[in-house]
Ligand binder design. Structure first.
Ligand SMILES: NC(=O)c1ccc[n+]([C@@H]2O[C@H](COP(=O)([O-])OP(=O)(O)OC[C@H]3O[C@@H](n4cnc5c(N)ncnc54)[C@H](O)[C@@H]3O)[C@@H](O)[C@H]2O)c1
Length: 440
């Protein structure tokens, strides 16, 4: 497998024309959805790549969607066997005959995604660590699959550019692409962001975003594991796999701020570090980041995230304007504070994780164009820009960030290959040092 960062989309114009019917070609040329397979009550087959916590949850949301009941889980792929067994047990218990994954459609290993994509499903779900997303997306688009991608969609600028390229091809092919930014589907977020755009709080001055947590899981090294096996299994702690939690997790709030601001920032400055997560042998990511983004219209976003036990926990984002402010929490509780009026609290209605699948399936069945990746890719890149600022301590512009050729993935991805990050003689993986580290 090629490095995700350097994978070009393996599709040529000739290949595209050869495998596409004249009718599909003409609709694709018109920008309509050409490659969907769910007219009326047709069965929609799903292939899940990455069968961990979120992959299993997303498959449940897909199988239980409210738009199209004839959905089947058809193939599973994971780097390791255990998650496949757990996902199968869990999903079969909930959905019984909607889960049809015999042993010959269960694929294990770092190339399992290729086999799952080739297995004959209509929708491929990419739910691995995000470092693999660009390569997996390129392969799914090359195979003309509709795709659901979990966020974030890349971990560095070369990955971002590869995703944009694959998305352009997906649009040309009329494929439907959904991304797991569930807050974009949460009722109160949708309605109130639209009202902010219509002037609810006047001109936007700044946003704030917080993703402060008590910490994240750690999957200790097992006897006999290669370094690559250790890192892929304990992926959250390595930049080439997770992007650091500023990208992996905080991208939710960053995406909400971009959505509210209707664009991406032009530059970022930031501070961050690894204050308490220095236990030997775990990984290299920071435990806190604090970033200030500046947008082209003069508005700002103040953005913080941390993973430190015993500190303030908060997942929320806030928009401040000339006529008031709005607070959104990660569960879709939204409070509107218009100047001179009592606060108005809107309670959560339905989980956006479920609604995102209702919306995606409805679009596939209706044959409507559906593509959430442009904004999602830009939000991933915004989070990467912030990490570039905290890792270097420099002011980093959007333009220099997106051009960066710094790719974190190893040249070769195989169980016996060597990741770039290695523990030092003291057993501690070095982390970025502002003022010294090149991070863009
Ligand atoms: N939208 C949300 O609310 C939300 C919530 C949680 C996680 N996520 C996202 O979902 C993704 C997965 O997170 P998770 O919590 O499920 O992690 P997880 O560790 O539980 O699952 C990831 C799975 O991918 C497998 N994997 C690793 N490399 C692979 C490869 N090359 N090919 C196939 N499988 C591979 C792992 O073995 C693991 O089973 C991340 O991008 C994360 O940010 C989104």
């Amino acid at each position: 497998m090629r490095s995700p960062a350097s994978s070009p989309l393996p599709v040529s114009r000739r290949d595209f024309v050869k495998g596409t019917t004249t009718a599909a070609l003409s609709t694709a040329a018109l920008g309509a959805v050409a490659n969907v397979h769910a007219a009326g009550s047709d069965e929609i087959k799903l292939a899940l790549v990455g069968c961990g916590g979120r992959g299993t949850g997303a498959a449940a949301d897909a199988l239980g969607n409210h738009a199209h009941s004839n959905v089947k889980l058809f193939a599973l792929a994971d780097a390791f066997e255990g998650p496949i067994d757990r996902a199968l047990g869990d999903l079969k218990g909930q959905f019984h005959d909607k889960v049809d994954v015999p042993p010959e459609r269960r694929f294990v290993g770092l190339d399992a995604y290729e086999k799952a994509i080739a297995a004959g499903a209509d929708v491929v779900m990419l739910c691995t660590p995000p470092g693999f997303r660009p390569a997996h997306l390129a392969a799914a688009v090359a195979a003309r699959k509709n795709v659901f991608l979990e966020k974030p969609v890349a971990v560095d600028a070369p990955g971002y550019r590869a995703v944009k390229l694959a998305n352009d091809e997906a649009k040309r092919r009329g494929l439907s692409i959904a991304v797991g930014h569930h807050l974009r589907h949460a009722k109160n977020h949708k309605e109130v962001v639209a009202r902010i755009h219509d002037g609810l709080i006047g001109d936007l001055l700044f946003t704030r975003a917080y993703f402060h947590t008590q910490g994240i899981w750690n999957r200790p090294r097992q006897p006999g594991m290669s370094e690559m096996q250790y890192q892929v299994n304990n992926w959250y702690h390595f930049v080439w796999l997770s992007g650091d939690h500023h990208v992996e997790q905080h991208v939710h709030g960053i995406d909400a701020c971009n959505w509210i601001a209707r664009g991406v920032p032009t530059r970022a400055t930031g501070l961050g570090g690894r204050q308490v997560r220095a236990e030997p042998g775990i990984g290299e990511i920071y435990d806190h980041h604090c970033v200030q983004y500046t947008y082209g219209d003069g508005s700002y976003s103040f953005s913080e995230c941390s993973q430190i036990a015993g500190t303030w926990s908060n997942f929320s984002h806030h928009a401040h304007g000339t006529k008031g402010r709005v607070s959104f929490d990660g569960n879709d509780l939204v409070t509107i504070h218009e100047n001179g009026k009592p606060p108005l609290a809107l309670k959560p209605v339905r989980d956006g994780h479920q609604v995102e699948w209702d919306d995606f399936m409805a679009a596939i069945v209706a044959g409507k164009p559906y593509n959430e990746l442009d904004g999602a890719a830009d939000s991933t890149m915004t989070a990467i820009l912030g990490r570039m600022a905290t890792y270097t301590g420099q002011l980093v512009t959007w333009d220099e960030a997106v051009k960066s050729d710094l790719a974190y993935a190893p040249e070769r991805i195989a169980w016996d290959a060597a990741p770039r990050s290695k523990p030092g003689p003291d057993g501690i993986y070095p982390c970025a040092l502002p003022g010294l580290t090149k991070a863009f």
